[in-house]
Design a binder for this molecule. Structure first.
Ligand code: ASP
Ligand code: MG
Length: 420
């Protein structure tokens, strides 16, 4: 069988762990498989390189930043190949560019356009284990080295699995799989043995850090089964895969609960109640290249002929958004812009809610009984999200987890690091 295995930074944090991972890879090869490994940078290397760049230059050019960051994955790839060779197996490391990962030219956030894995295929046919530096590629137009966004080694792995027609893609991290909630918050969170692409997409899009969002999108589009598991144990993890109707029937009402502390809320106070005002406001936000998440509009606290509009966005875009809104304040004629980053989003997710009424009521009742006030609400067909005070995020996750009967007896195992 042909398999792709991806190991995250916490699985290769030092020389000892690199040797341990090497042993695991050789075992897969010895079992008769063709093995392609995608590797992240060691431990916190990427963050350290970013710090270093900051010390040298406050505003480095994105091209040079990508040259720098791709070195992290290149280091771990070469070291891993050496460790495997010392175990008596043959391994060869490749940069993303050598592996044929062709991308757009957007430094720091490039998209994979195509994979031309000629060199990988010939190395495999010569019996080698192939190690590919994750999270990077080469721009189709400029031929410069690019990176695919933080955490994107997952995406490299799934994209390679699709291009190489691998049987499946294993993503190794420091937790046992995808859990019904973050085990650091909910001790009784359970490992989900199998989850459909749709549920996984919603969880990843709403703060579950176990898998990179774009990797799940890719897996769904190319129908690549993904096995998320721990490199620190041999236990089975979570299979992310296409769930057919029959599997769907066995699905619980709620699959899992995600939370996100990285958003902020902006309230625009006293917007004149006229046609086109919302369009003008969000045009200003869009022109500043800012993605928004939830939006709520209601009658202004101060003036019956005005509305308040609140929306959420990434905290990292906060300053930019405020500047953009202040710039149009006089023209549009609203009174104030209020910024609050002391918020968090909690989302219950499950394809099971499609066919069951009462999920929203049950979630909100649980929050009420825990004394938690809801700031904003948004829903999709398979998700209910609320914005709450940041201090109440943990309690809201626990309340939802209990309310939907997800609590288990035993405690989840968390080995190390960040859950990546
Ligand atoms: N090393 C990169 C990061 O830390 C990519 C990855 O780990 O997937 O974001
Ligand atoms: Mg990393």
């Amino acid at each position: 069988m042909r398999v792709v295995q991806k190991f995250g930074g916490s699985s290769v944090a030092d020389a000892e762990s690199i040797k341990r991972v090497a042993g695991r890879i050789v075992a897969t090869r010895s079992a008769g498989n063709e093995v392609v490994v995608v590797i992240s940078a060691m431990g916190d290397t990427t963050d350290e390189l970013l710090d270093l760049a900051q010390q040298v230059s406050p505003n480095p050019r994105p091209r040079e930043l990508d040259m720098l960051l791709t070195a992290g994955e290149r280091m771990s790839a070469a070291l891993l190949a050496m460790a495997i060779n010392d175990l008596g197996a043959d391994a060869r490391s490749f940069t993303g560019s050598q592996a044929g990962v062709i991308t757009t030219g957007t430094h720091g956030d490039a998209r994979i356009i195509d994979i031309t894995p000629g060199r990988i295929v010939s190395a495999l046919s010569e019996g080698d284990i192939v190690i590919v530096a994750g999270f990077q590629g080469v721009s189709q137009t400029t031929k410069d080295v690019t990176t695919l966004g933080r955490g994107a080694s997952d995406t490299t792995a799934v994209a390679l699995a699709a291009a190489l027609d691998a049987a499946y893609c294993e993503i190794y991290s420091d937790v046992d799989g995808v859990f019904t909630a973050d085990p650091r918050i909910v001790p009784g969170a359970r490992r989900i043995p199998e989850i459909g692409y749709e549920d996984m997409l919603e969880l990843a899009a709403n703060g579950a850090k176990i898998l990179h969002l774009r990797c799940v999108e890719y897996a769904r589009r190319e129908n690549v089964p993904v096995h998320v598991r721990s490199s620190f144990s041999d236990r089975p993890g979570t299979w992310v895969k296409d769930m057919n109707e029959e599997d769907g029937m066995e699905q619980p009402l709620i699959t899992g609960i995600a939370h996100d502390r990285s958003e902020a809320k902006i309230t625009i106070v006293g917007v004149p109640d006229r046609v086109g005002e919302a369009a003008d406001i969000f045009t200003a936000v869009a022109d500043a290249d800012i993605n928004i998440d939830m939006i709520v509009q209601n009658v202004s606290s101060g003036d019956a002929h005005a509305t308040d509009i609140s929306f959420t966005l990434a905290q990292s875009d906060g300053a930019k958004a405020i500047a953009a809104l202040e710039a149009v304040k006089a023209r549009i004629g609203f009174t104030d812009v209020v910024y609050n980053d002391q918020v968090g989003k909690v989302s219950v997710v499950g394809v099971g809610m499609r066919s069951h009424p009462g999920v929203t009521a049950r979630f909100f009742r649980a929050l009420a009984e825990a004394g938690i006030n809801i700031g904003m609400i948004s829903t999709s067909e398979i998700r209910i999200s609320v914005v709450v005070d940041i201090a109440e995020v943990d309690a809201a996750v626990r309340a939802g987890h209990t309310a939907f009967g997800l609590d288990a007896e035993g405690e989840a195992v968390v080995y190390a690091g960040t859950g990546r």
